[in-house]
Design a protein around this ligand. Structure first.
Ligand code: NAP
Length: 279
């Protein structure tokens, strides 16, 4: 089995981003990413610090806006202001959101051209229609990893487990655009293991620690594990039981060190794309 090195893929993306940033800066534009943080959640703070550190290395400015305990109105007003601010190129809004507020609601206040993590429902609609738009970076990371590992997608059967607007659904749309035959599974799917065992590629985006064991994977399949589930002893594990699947799969992404770092690198690549004048 090949353990796919997400950190190495991320590094190579970051190097390319760094070169693009240097060119933009030389032409007088400082690519700037706004991160709205509506929570004091510790895991979110850790993730934001990691994005900010990686952005700084690539020469991208980060403006962090802490809005702990903000109302929905304050949050959407802030996103409207950032959307109108020509100095801001990319905008992301972290979760968890205030009680009763959905990502789809706040996402509508992120201008589509700055929506580098595909939170605006309009971005997802454009993606579904084949129009230019940013897909959520995690969904992009799934396809980026498969491309870099030279996994054939044209005509291949890819089984995606999960249908959220942030991962499963956009990942399925991107894979469809690569001409894969895509099956989408979810919590009501009957005989999940039978479905996933049909996949040349299995994408797990469920949020259930080690749900997919050896019986869920066809021998020689490629497994992309999007899940990040904290365990009681403070570890992070995926949706795939890696130790059980390793003898069966051809290649698998580890957690941590797989999809996560590639996602962060793609947020930065998207920021640079948003800052680049369209000719
Ligand atoms: P989500 O919104 O909770 O969606 C989970 C999906 O899994 C739903 O579609 C749900 O089905 C389905 N599901 C739940 N239990 C199932 C089961 N037993 N069998 C089959 N399907 C089941 O989660 P998400 O935001 O998509 O995130 C998924 C995972 O990815 C989480 O672990 C999250 O932490 C991780 N994640 C990682 C990154 C990264 O950069 N690495 C980024 C984002 C998310 P229903 O639709 O029927 O409820």
């Amino acid at each position: 089995v090949t353990l796919i090195d997400g950190r190495a893929i991320a590094k190579s993306i970051q190097e390319a981003v760094g070169a693009d940033v240097a060119a933009l800066r030389a032409a007088g534009t400082t690519p700037t990413l706004a991160i709205v943080v509506p929570t004091d959640d510790e895991a979110t703070a850790w993730y934001v610090r990691s994005i900010a550190r990686t952005a700084a290395k690539a020469g991208i400015d980060v403006r962090q806006i802490d809005l702990h305990e903000a109302s929905a109105e304050e949050l959407t007003a802030q996103l409207d202001a950032l959307s109108a601010d020509p100095a801001m190129h990319g905008i992301i809004c972290q979760t968890p959101l205030p009680k009763g507020v959905t990502l789809e609601q706040v996402g509508q206040h992120i201008a589509v051209g700055k929506d580098i993590d595909g939170a605006n429902p309009e971005s997802l609609g454009r993606l579904a229609s084949g129009l230019p738009a940013f897909a959520p970076a995690t969904a992009q990371a799934v396809v980026e990893i498969l491309r870099r590992e030279e996994v054939p997608l044209v005509g291949a059967h890819v089984v995606v487990v999960g249908r959220s607007n942030v991962v499963g659904k956009p990942a399925a749309l991107l894979l469809l655009a690569e001409h894969a035959t895509v099956t989408i599974c979810h919590s009501r799917t009957r005989d999940l293991a039978e479905r996933t065992r049909e996949g040349d590629v299995v994408v797990a985006a469920v949020g259930r620690a080690r749900l997919l064991g050896a019986a869920y994977v066809k021998p020689g399949a490629v497994v992309i594990d999007v899940g990040t589930n904290p365990t009681e002893d403070g570890q992070l594990v995926g949706d795939v039981d890696t130790a059980a699947v390793e003898p069966v799969a051809r290649a698998i992404t580890p957690v941590p060190g797989g999809v996560g770092p590639v996602t962060t690198a793609l947020l930065l690549r998207n920021t640079v794309a948003a800052a680049t004048p369209q000719s």
